[in-house]
Ligand binder design. Structure first.
Ligand SMILES: CSCCC(=O)C(=O)COP(=O)(O)O
Ligand SMILES: [Zn+2]
Length: 208
């Protein structure tokens, strides 16, 4: 069983995140999904197909880390396994955000198969938790898009098990996944990624 007060707080943080991300144009229409940890075994996550700029408490539900709904008849996000593997892998993770911005989508399509996005030399990298210097190299893998979400979840789990310090990944032509200890950390990570994606796209334009 989960703590109802915790769920209410988690749902509020998810709704607020949705309003912010929609306003910024990073979660258009029914795209994207968001989650927050309730305890060792449960997360709050968005119901599938809901408009992320108009979220209300009925658009957030509880699943266990196997992805099974808990006290809900709703269908959890189709991408739930991409969230649960992160909570399983990293006990310190408290929130996961998936967004569909134009910049993440375009940039992911410009990188070739198997190529990671390498971020280095940017002062703003320090916006990621645990990054202390612009000298750090961040490796952001790009996974091919697929409708086999369980298969993709296993691929991400395998990659991040051996690259624990990296703050997110792209799915080609689809969007960004990032996470943090708190929803505030996670939102800061989305914002940092968006700035860095814009820099990378601008650099490609100036020096193709
Ligand atoms: C309309 S976007 C297609 C589905 C998607 O990529 C997404 O992020 C939203 O899926 P969900 O099941 O979480 O609503
Ligand atoms: Zn998506």
């Amino acid at each position: 069983m989960f703590d109802v007060t915790r769920f209410a707080k988690a749902a509020d943080s998810i709704i607020e995140a949705g309003h912010f991300l929609y306003q910024r144009g990073w979660s258009p229409a029914t795209s994207s999904n968001y989650s927050a940890r309730l305890d060792e075994h449960h997360i709050a996550i968005t119901v599938s197909g809901r408009h992320k700029g108009k979220l209300h408490p009925g658009d957030v539900m509880v699943v266990d880390l196997s992805g099974h709904p808990v006290q809900s008849d709703c269908r959890a996000s189709a991408e739930t396994p991409l969230h649960t593997v992160l909570y399983e892998l990293f006990p310190e993770v408290g929130a996961v955000l998936h967004t569909h911005s134009v910049k993440a989508t375009v940039l992911s399509r410009l990188l070739s198969a198997g190529q990671s996005l390498i971020l280095e030399g940017y002062e703003l990298q320090k916006a990621f938790s645990g990054v202390e210097t612009h000298d750090a190299t961040l490796t952001i893998p790009v996974f091919n898009n697929t409708q086999d979400i369980n298969g993709l979840a296993q691929k991400t789990k395998q990659w991040f098990a051996s690259h624990q310090g990296q703050p997110g990944y792209l799915i080609r032509g689809h969007g960004l996944y990032t996470w943090g200890e708190t929803m505030e950390d996670c939102l800061r990570h989305v914002e940092a990624f968006e700035f860095l994606f814009e820099c990378e796209l601008e650099a490609m334009r100036v020096r193709p």
